[in-house]
Design a protein around this ligand. Structure first.
Ligand code: APR
Length: 311
């Protein structure tokens, strides 16, 4: 018996809702937005696909947080997406206001929920959600690493001309410039990535992955990516509601792992009913650990910008 709420019925929120519903893993997905009629119309449309696709999860569209009450997991997608030429930092002020107001409602109606943040800029929004909610930090996490790892896997698969489902790709750290690819954990089939493709090609793919969101924004012109992002967010929801303990890269609160403390950072974690059940530390090369520590410093600097905002 699980209930999931997705806040924001835009591209990211509606596709996340659709994926969770079609997997038939929860009783109800509530989708809410400030735009009247939008979540209701999308929900009605999705519900009518149930007899065709053969699933039972009910989608409820609403503008009223009372309908989200007692959710087990809440995914926050509400916010402005990045426009061409706009940096994640440009989004900070406007999305901080939105996330603050959303989290206050979640705390009121679903005090025991796990919160997954996807709104950009991700590291700051996840930190803000944790601060505003006052929830234990294991119950507030962000989605970034799964998406970056998936993008990296896709690029590796193309470059190596190898089955995408037989690629192991891991990125840690932050989203964007301070993403930390972990070549030592990446494989093409059974072959280490660097042996399969060589350093120069791997460096090109890492660069393309770092800029992966921007590449799609440049094509779309309005709006940002949502198919792969929603696949990543929905997988996190699945691991939590099924209490599966699945290991995946997520933006989680660090308490001394890799010598890093007091910051949200992309690391491997096991997810379950309590959100982040355990951060999984893996053997990394010295360069990779240095990259993680640099990312932690960069995130701490970005989080400090939140204090300058008048929310
Ligand atoms: N409460 C609920 N919904 C809100 C609020 C709010 N306070 N403010 C805005 N929204 C809704 C908008 O009405 C819109 O329907 O959030 C939705 C955002 O949808 P899109 O504009 O389609 O953006 P999307 O592509 O879904 O991206 C959402 O995810 O990847 C990030 O950077 C992206 O921060 C952005 C977020």
């Amino acid at each position: 018996m699980s209930k999931v709420t997705v806040v924001g019925a835009g591209k990211y929120g509606s596709t996340t809702t659709q994926r969770i519903a079609e997997w038939d893993i929860v009783d109800e997905v509530v989708m809410t937005d400030i735009v009247e009629g939008l979540p209701q119309g999308l929900a009605l449309d999705m519900n009518q696909s149930r007899p065709v696709l053969g699933y039972r999860t009910l989608v409820t569209g609403t503008n009223d947080y009372a309908d989200t009450a007692e959710s087990d997991v809440v995914v926050i997608t509400a916010g402005l997406p990045r426009k061409p030429g706009m940096s994640r930092m440009d989004l900070l002020g406007v999305n901080a206001g939105i996330v603050t107001s959303v989290v206050e409602e979640i705390v009121r109606y679903s005090p025991n929920a796990v919160i997954i943040v996807v709104t950009n800029p991700l590291d700051q929004m996840t930190t803000l959600a944790a601060d505003v909610s006052g929830f234990p930090r294991n119950r507030v996490l962000g989605q970034a690493g799964m998406l970056d790892s998936a993008r990296f896997a896709h690029f590796i698969s193309e470059a190596a001309d190898h089955d995408v489902l037989d690629i192991t790709a891991v990125t840690l750290g932050s989203h964007g410039e301070t993403m930390v690819p972990v070549p030592s954990l990446c494989k093409v089939g059974d072959q280490p990535l660097l042996d399969a493709l060589g350093e120069d090609t791997v460096a090109e793919l890492v660069d393309r992955t770092r800029k992966g969101g921007g590449e799609i924004v440049a094509y779309l012109k309005t709006g940002s990516a949502y198919y792969a992002p929603s696949a990543a967010a929905a997988s996190m929801v699945k691991a939590i509601v099924e209490d599966s303990g699945s290991q995946m890269p997520v933006c989680a609160w660090m308490e001394g792992e890799y010598g890093i403390d007091g910051v949200y950072l992309g690391v491997l974690a096991r997810l379950g009913r309590n959100g982040v059940e355990e951060i999984v530390t893996v053997p990394l090369t010295t360069d990779e650990v240095d990259g993680l520590r640099e990312a932690a410093v960069a995130v701490k600097e970005k989080v400090a910008d939140l204090e300058d905002l008048d929310i």
